[in-house]
Ligand binder design. Sequence first.
Ligand SMILES: Cc1cc2nc3c(=O)[nH]c(=O)nc-3n(C[C@H](O)[C@H](O)[C@H](O)COP(=O)(O)OP(=O)(O)OC[C@H]3O[C@@H](n4cnc5c(N)ncnc54)[C@H](O)[C@@H]3O)c2cc1C
Ligand code: SF4
Ligand code: SF4
Ligand code: SF4
Length: 440
Amino acid sequence: MKKIDPSLLAIAFSHKKLCTRCGTCVGVCPTRAISCDEDYYPVLNPEACTECGLCERTCPGGRVDFKQLTELTFGHRHDTHAFDGHVQRTYVGYGGDDKIRKQGAGGGVITALLWDLLNRGVVDGCVVTRIDPQQPWRGQVYIARSYEALRESQQSKYMIIPVNEVIQSLLQLPGKFAYACLPCQVHGLRLYLAENPEFAKKIHVIIGLYCASSLEPFVAEEMLACKGIPFQTVKNFNFRGGQWPGRIRAILKDGRIKRLHYSNFKDGAINYLTYLYSPERCQTCIDGSAEFADISVSDAWTRDETGKYLFESHSKLIARTDLGVTTMLEAISCGALIAEDVTQSRAYKTHKLHTVKKGMKAPLRVARLHHEGKVAPLYDRAAPRASRADIWAERVESAIMALGRRRSTRMPLFKFLTSRYGTLFVKIRQWNKSRKYRNK
Ligand SMILES: Cc1cc2nc3c(=O)[nH]c(=O)nc-3n(C[C@H](O)[C@H](O)[C@H](O)COP(=O)(O)OP(=O)(O)OC[C@H]3O[C@@H](n4cnc5c(N)ncnc54)[C@H](O)[C@@H]3O)c2cc1C
Ligand code: SF4
Ligand code: SF4
Ligand code: SF4
């Protein structure tokens, strides 16, 4: 078999643990020498590889150069070092179309923005994801070109989908496209846009999702197995189905809906899932807000003093670039997006836990792993100053997440935590949260 110099290849071929499974290497390879295995890790066909080095240069797995990405996105090299990144304007809102709003994870704002661009003919298609109709426990990327096709993409699929593999198809297609994706996928895409200026002309706008962590692509399969639901009976899978903030549930072919947790998405299962199913690479990821998107979107988890959510079915939007601001204002002016400008209001500085996770624990973990001689991504951002409590918090979180690496510990734990008895933990967490809000 032909030997390829690993230093010319994307990180999965030398350090698999560092691969985010963003799909960039699959999408950009000019000879289609890379494909995905069943867990979406890249696989190389050495005979087809010409050692051009493109997959290495566009891979965001092993290192992320924030200054370089800042220059590619904003035209200067000043890194903010802040969790929210570069911000021009902040809005809170929801989709103007009632169907889009109701079906969205957080008010359907991403779909509202995409539909507005498609409807006005600014773009010819949108890169989005959906539950795979053939295997309704997995996600897949596709290009939506109509209202109906876009609505199929709604809802967050909290699991790995190698979105950037779609670059392979986009290269063959005429027209302009809008692109919705996670922070690591934005990194890979920005690096490729810089490599291929002709392709860059096709990508009109990048909408990024906030991301505390994705989950292993087999998470839905294991949840169904835990609850004894046969795969062949499943028609669809929702992480946030029904009334906001939604519930994890399976829709069966006979029309029945099976809830996979007693509590709702936000207060219940997602907290366990992000411990038990968080991929190792996500545990060392420090971009939580899609810092290099034109517009970033997150849930608007702002609460009042009693701990009650202020904005049901809303999302927070951050416009980072001039294009991001224009896209948002155009959608607002034609009613596609109903949104309030909250740029000056401190009340909208949400995501406290997310900021700690990505701004403190993840960089501390990266520094610790490097210190222990283990592999971890390289960043041109140093870890923040940490207290003894921060250092312990990182260690404890890492130890809990290690329990999720083996199926033999993961499955029984998940089964217990999502059972009737596990709701006790949900109640304690809710009580603790509302106590904190009351004491504010
Ligand atoms: C893995 C993941 C982690 C997230 N973590 C956070 C978080 O920590 N904090 C937070 O505030 N928000 C997070 N979000 C974003 C949040 O869940 C909502 O997606 C967001 O508020 C937008 O809601 P919406 O109603 O506007 O989107 P909708 O109108 O429902 O559209 C959803 C859009 O997201 C895209 N999408 C869904 N799943 C994926 C995926 N796996 N990969 C790439 N694109 C996808 C769809 O293609 C679609 O375009 C996360 C989303 C994902 C997918
Ligand atoms: S480009 Fe993405 S999928 Fe490919 S090796 Fe790098 S991180 Fe993994
Ligand atoms: S041909 Fe180039 S892009 Fe494709 S695998 Fe080889 S080095 Fe990577
Ligand atoms: S946590 Fe980071 S590496 Fe993981 S999916 Fe989200 S953006 Fe990508």
